[in-house]
Design a binder for this molecule. Structure first.
Ligand code: GUN
Length: 288
């Protein structure tokens, strides 16, 4: 029997429906939730992601402002724009799309954003709250979306062996904290590019969360029957048999035959990330 799909697209639309109501209530009280996105350079995938964020804002009634800057923009110029957005009471959420060009220090950029407008949840103030198990800060969107997907499918993580592949600031690291926190109670193994025997670790895992950005890295043979698989990756590759482009995740899609639950690619984690970004924006507007 194949895996049950963890359908992020339909869950994200339910979340958006709730947000639409919250947004219209806020508007009645004179608050218009507003997300500002800064995109530096011409990375094609980033432009697509930002367009998806804009479209989701439109669907839910959130105002969105997009600032597109050329690749050669100086770090100081970006910091100045952030300072202006921090001061602007009409803007509730600020996001600088990652990756930024190499000459721009993402950590410096993140620290400059007012933590109450940090809808990515990457500011040390918000991450510090997360480390302390305080979920009242703004929570990183992809990890929050994954937790919602697992929770919605009533997948109990207490005492389960969960392997996270990838230790990024955006996904792997904050997600590992959320999985290990009290109340979730998973036993978390963080693996990364220097880890040995990832394959063996996967074979004894109840849940595998692949977030390393390498197409089809996790093989069907690496997983035991009934493993839960969350695939954060999305890469465009050429299918050698058809010579056509296709989207694949970090896990071979045939793993579906052994898994108990699995996120599809696309339509799994991606839409949940956006739904959590909108949620953070509405929460930020609400607490102003
Ligand atoms: N690039 C890929 N994912 C993200 C995200 O969640 N936030 C930002 N700012 N950039 C990203």
């Amino acid at each position: 029997m194949g895996a049950v799909l963890l359908d992020g697209k339909s869950l994200s639309r339910e979340i958006e429906d709730d947000l639409k109501l919250r947004v219209s209530k806020l508007k009645k009280n004179g608050i218009e939730p507003h997300l500002a996105v800064i995109l530096i350079g011409d990375d094609i995938a980033s432009h697509v992601y930002v367009r998806n964020k804009e479209n989701a804002c439109k669907r839910t009634g959130i105002i969105s402002t997009k600032v597109i800057l050329p690749m050669a923009t100086l770090e100081e110029e970006v910091l100045q724009i952030i300072d202006e957005m921090n001061k602007n009471n009409d803007i509730h959420g600020i996001l600088v799309q990652s990756p930024t060009p190499r000459h721009i220090d993402e950590l410096k950029i993140t620290e400059r954003i007012d933590p109450t407008k940090d809808v990515d949840g990457f500011h040390p103030w918000n991450l510090g709250k997360l480390v302390q198990g305080d979920m009242r800060g703004l929570i990183p969107c992809t990890p929050a979306g994954i937790m919602k997907l697992l929770n919605n499918a009533k997948i109990n993580l207490v005492g389960k062996k969960v392997t996270v592949i990838g230790r990024s600031r955006i996904v792997g690291m904050p997600l590992s904290l959320m999985l290990a926190q009290k109340g979730v109670d998973a036993t978390v193994t963080i693996t990364h590019s220097r880890s040995k025997d990832i394959e063996k670790i996967c074979m004894t895992s109840d849940v595998i969360i692949a977030a390393l950005g390498r197409p089809e890295f996790v093989k069907k043979e690496w997983i035991k029957h009934s493993t839960v698989i969350v695939d954060v990756g999305i890469s465009r590759i050429i299918d050698s048999s058809t010579n056509k482009y296709e989207l694949v995740g970090d896990v071979e899609s045939s793993a579906m035959e052994k898994a108990s639950y699995m996120t599809p690619v696309p339509g799994g984690v991606g839409p949940m990330t956006i739904a959590m970004l909108l949620t953070n924006t509405v929460n930020a507007a609400n607490s102003n």
